[in-house]
Design a protein around this ligand. Structure first.
Ligand SMILES: Nc1ncnc2c1ncn2[C@@H]1O[C@H](COP(=O)(O)OP(=O)(O)OP(=O)(O)O)[C@@H](O)[C@H]1O
Ligand SMILES: N[C@@H](CCO)C(=O)O
Length: 316
């Protein structure tokens, strides 16, 4: 029996300054995995099995798992191309908590499509696959956005173009930066966290948003860490969402007092992230977050670097 297994890393959507258009993939510095994996095996009949720390939080019923929806979507796409359907079963290892802000559904979606495409000898190119991933992410989160699926798939820090090809651009990132990600253990629905946002923004906010993105990209390319971190603030979502995140303001105050270069909500939360340019600062922030930001036994934190590999086939 041939099996293809793909791992897809967790990601930080928005990275504070790039609502819906900027994302970054995460790799814990201790070498642990932080992401879901999906295995595709030859089989006469489709089935989906699930395990992993957060498997019991998934909606009951195989048909309600986003991985099954990816399978159906992929088979339809093969049929449109005139390619024979795959005869496979699938297994999801659900390591990321649902509604965490770590790109949990995106990780399952990316691993599923990547494993299916690899198992089928890669009938779809990168952009076509990414469009499929965005479509499926949109089905469960309320609107199509690529800021989790793109970094999880491509790795690194990615900027969405709004075009069909290329869908996303890979940006440089600072190898020296540590990214502390702390999940509080609560669950925040992305769709609900999007509904509370205003539908329109004033001129000043639009100008700040555009200026920050422009300055950030320029600073990344010139290697100007100070300028890059100075524009990592959120003028779109944070003020509306932070009421959903107990101890958010204290966490930011502590992180900044310790010398963190930036602090914000990861995706739609409740995970928060801090950027530090030394391991000792990252460790101090992590210790505080573990003691004060985590709300229950589901919570956890990791000190990470940017995962530059993105999704990949892994061995058994
Ligand atoms: N394999 C899966 N992984 C994650 N969520 C899934 C999966 N299959 C189905 N779902 C459902 O999809 C919805 C995902 O919701 P939402 O987008 O808020 O979570 P998320 O992707 O885990 O969040 P985040 O991007 O903030 O980590 C939930 O209702 C969840 O039950
Ligand atoms: N950009 C999305 C990410 C969700 O993880 C949002 O903030 O709603």
């Amino acid at each position: 029996m041939v099996t293809t297994k793909a791992y897809a890393p967790a990601s930080i959507g928005n990275v504070s300054l790039g609502f819906d258009i900027l994302g970054a993939a995460l790799a814990p510095v201790d070498g642990q995995n932080l992401g879901d994996w999906v295995a595709v095996s030859d089989a006469e009949q489709f089935s989906l099995t699930v395990d992993g720390r957060f498997a019991d939080r998934l909606p009951p019923g195989t048909e309600n798992n986003i991985v099954t929806k990816c399978y159906d979507f992929f088979q339809d796409a093969l049929a449109t191309k005139g390619v024979a359907k795959l005869k496979v079963s699938m297994h999801l290892h659900k390591a990321l908590p649902i509604g965490s802000g770590l790109g949990s559904s995106a990780s399952s979606i990316v691993a599923a499509f990547y494993a299916l495409n690899a198992h089928a000898n890669r009938p779809f190119d990168k952009d076509t696959l990414l469009l499929m991933m965005g479509e499926l992410e949109g089905q469960i989160s309320g609107s199509v956005h690529y800021d989790n699926v793109a970094p999880s798939y491509l790795g690194g820090m990615t900027l969405m173009t709004g075009q069909d090809a290329p869908v996303a651009l890979c940006l440089p990132s600072f190898e020296e930066w540590y990214w502390v990600a702390c999940y509080s253990g609560l669950s925040v629905s992305t769709a609900a966290a999007r509904r509370i946002l205003p539908k329109e923004f004033d001129m000043q906010t639009c100008l700040t948003f555009g200026r920050q993105i422009g300055v950030f990209i320029d600073a990344l390319y010139r290697g100007d860490k100070k300028l890059a971190s100075s524009v990592m603030t959120d003028v779109i979502a944070e003020q509306h969402r932070k009421s959903l995140l107990p101890h958010f303001d204290e966490a930011r105050s502590y992180a900044k007092a310790q010398g963190a270069l930036a602090f914000g909500i990861s995706g739609s939360g409740p995970t928060v992230f801090a950027v530090a340019d030394s391991l000792s600062t990252a460790q101090a922030v992590q210790t505080w977050l573990n003691e004060h930001y985590i709300q229950n036994e589901d919570g956890f934190s990791h000190i990470c670097k940017i995962d530059t590999a993105g999704t990949r086939v892994v061995s058994e």
